[in-house]
Write a protein that binds this ligand. Structure first.
Ligand SMILES: *Cc1c(COP(=O)(O)O)cnc(C)c1O
Length: 341
């Protein structure tokens, strides 16, 4: 397979249209068999459920080339499982898990020329999503749905080196108590846009959201879970019903415990104790972990001892081990690497 002539290390994180995408319709209570298509556009009625009442959910995962030349995807079964819980929460039909993994496989195979080569640091970002397709004017779930998957190559996240982030404690909440914070739905992102635009205007990279009930506990950012390291080397991640269960964070906890022999804790984390941590990172598919150097809570600055120039030592070990597992340099736990080609 000839690769596309792309400057892999300089593509950034944007949408680049590839050759094929997957589409399946849900109608009369059942999914059709699904097809790959070259048509990148979706034509919808003006009153489609997704346009009026935001009935849409999504996933995000990566495919990439391993050291020995295989094209693989990282834990797509967990994306299938998470999309199932998102669908149930928004009264949407479930796209069967085996079919989800099969559709991811088909899309990556059909766009193999866009999978960046090993060592480039770039990856193929895969975006499965589902939305209410037919017209809905009274508030109710749609009864026709489209499930789609497209992919786009994205550049190395830490191009030009690691730069620890400066984040602020947001005065807005991203999730309501007993709301939809724990599902991957477009609606959670629409309401975070104002907070992120103003954060950027004020010179911050991200927002730290607190628990919406008491505003005393750390939840997550707009699109990544927190991971902290204590001064005695324990890995701590916040536990809450309104956090999106990041697959990267869950994988990193396993790596911390089983590969690095570190103690791990998933528990409530109070904003007041953040000043006592040695390291802080944001976990998600795109970056794996981005180190946080500074957290600004209004007139108070919390500077992490790991500083503003590099990843902290434990964050770095976690990052190196998980990316080593993904790239095939380190033996992966059973079932983590889905070989496509
Ligand atoms: C997708 C997402 C994450 C990261 O999840 P991964 O499975 O690790 O990519 C974290 N927080 C939110 C709100 C998200 O939508």
């Amino acid at each position: 397979m000839d690769k596309k002539n792309i400057d892999w290390s300089n593509i950034g994180f944007g949408y680049m249209q590839t050759d094929k995408r997957y589409v399946s319709f849900f109608q009369d209570g059942a999914w059709d068999e699904g097809v790959l298509t070259e048509d990148a556009n979706v034509v919808l009625n003006e009153c489609a459920g997704v346009l009026q009442y935001a009935q849409t959910i999504f996933e995000g995962l990566k495919a990439y080339t391993t050291e020995n030349g295989h094209i693989v995807a990282f834990r797509p079964d967990l994306n299938a499982e998470r999309m199932e819980s998102s669908a149930k929460r928004l009264e949407m039909p479930v796209f069967p898990r085996e079919r989800f993994v099969d559709a991811v496989t088909q899309v990556v195979e059909a766009n193999a020329a866009y999978v960046p080569p090993y060592g480039s640091g770039a990856t193929l970002y895969i975006r499965p999503y589902m939305f209410g397709f037919n017209s809905v004017i009274g508030v109710k779930p749609a009864d026709v749905y489209q499930f789609r998957i497209f992919c786009t190559p994205v550049g190395p996240y830490f191009k030009g080196g690691v730069k620890p982030l400066t984040i602020r404690v947001s005065d807005f909440d991203r999730a309501a108590p007993h709301g939809t914070g724990n599902i991957k739905a477009g609606l959670n992102y629409a309401m975070s846009l104002h907070a992120i635009v103003t954060a950027h205007q004020e010179g911050f990279d991200e927002n730290m959201y607190l628990d919406p009930g008491t505003r005393t506990k750390v939840e997550e950012t707009g699109g990544a879970n927190f991971l902290f390291v204590t001064r005695d080397g324990k890995v701590v991640t916040p536990k809450s019903d309104s956090i999106l269960p990041s697959i990267t964070r869950r994988s990193l906890l396993h790596v911390a415990k089983e590969y690095l022999g570190l103690e791990v804790e998933e528990r409530e984390v109070y904003l007041e104790e953040v000043k006592d941590f040695a390291e802080c990172g944001l976990c998600g598919t795109a970056a794996v972990i981005s180190p946080v150097g500074k957290i600004v809570d209004h007139d108070r600055e919390i500077c992490l001892p790991s500083g503003m120039t590099q990843m902290g030592p434990v964050t770095k070990k976690l990052y190196d081990t998980l990316t080593g597992i993904q790239m095939g340099r380190i033996q992966a736990p059973e079932g983590w690497i889905h070989v496509i080609q």
